[in-house]
Design a protein around this ligand. Structure first.
Ligand SMILES: [Zn+2]
Length: 229
């Protein structure tokens, strides 16, 4: 039986990621995709074509859908404009996965591959591992903050990182890390300064302690005794 091709999905996602601008969080409006892929909101598409958005809604439960136009050889990816940004972004990335991986059917393997593509495309593994290695504590919140994933997607991404081993790294991955590194370093630095606040705060009572020690020196002790008498 066929299995999902995770390696292909990942390589494909890295390739498309490299076509994007350098931001950590991808912007739907600025996505750079192949010329035969069109991304639009259902709301806009319906108004252009004079249709009701209702006809797409049953298929939009997962946030997005892809229509293949064989006449013009175009993939039309539609998303629901009313959805929250992380879900919308994930849905579009998922459909891009189907398009780039050349899926012709929507089976289980294809779904898994499209999800795998979306995860790597939006939050590249090499970038996540770099941050993970440089932080004392690395959680799904970091993944959400860095790449704009939903809490659910970030948790899955973290689980993936914790349960898989990076057996090899491709040239494209190194290139992704090279491009994103300055922004990742900024994040790491901001998190490190955040961690040091409690230590800095705990250091402030210390002078008091030193003063108390001074107050307890034999001379002062003698003075206080004499006052009590
Ligand atoms: Zn799908």
């Amino acid at each position: 039986m066929d299995k999902p091709n995770f390696e292909l999905a990942k390589k494909c996602a890295d390739y498309v990621r490299l076509q994007q601008k350098q931001e950590l969080k991808l912007d739907i409006q600025k996505l750079v995709v192949a010329p035969n892929i069109i991304i639009d909101s259902v709301q806009n598409f319906a108004s252009i074509t004079g249709q009701s958005t209702d006809i797409y809604m049953p298929k939009l439960i997962k946030g997005s859908l892809k229509i293949w136009d064989p006449k013009n050889a175009i993939h039309l990816i539609l998303y629901d404009d009313t959805q929250r940004s992380p879900r919308r972004l994930w849905g579009i990335a998922h459909e891009l996965g189907h398009a780039y991986l050349g899926h012709e059917v929507d089976g289980r393997n294809q779904e898994v591959e499209a999800h795998s593509f979306a995860a790597e495309f939006l939050a590249p593994e090499i970038a996540l591992r770099y941050v993970q290695e440089n932080l004392i504590e690395f959680t799904s919140v970091d993944i959400s903050l860095l790449f704009g994933l939903s809490e659910e997607a970030a948790n899955k991404r973290l689980n993936y990182l914790l349960t898989t081993y990076p057996y090899h790294t491709t040239t494209n991955e190194f290139e992704i890390l090279r491009i994103l590194k300055p922004q990742l370093d900024d994040y790491i630095a901001s998190m490190k300064s955040f961690y040091t606040i409690p230590f800095a705060a705990s250091a402030s009572p210390q002078p008091k302690f030193v003063l108390n020690q001074a107050a307890l020196s034999s001379t002062n002790y003698g003075t206080s005794f004499s006052i009590n008498k």
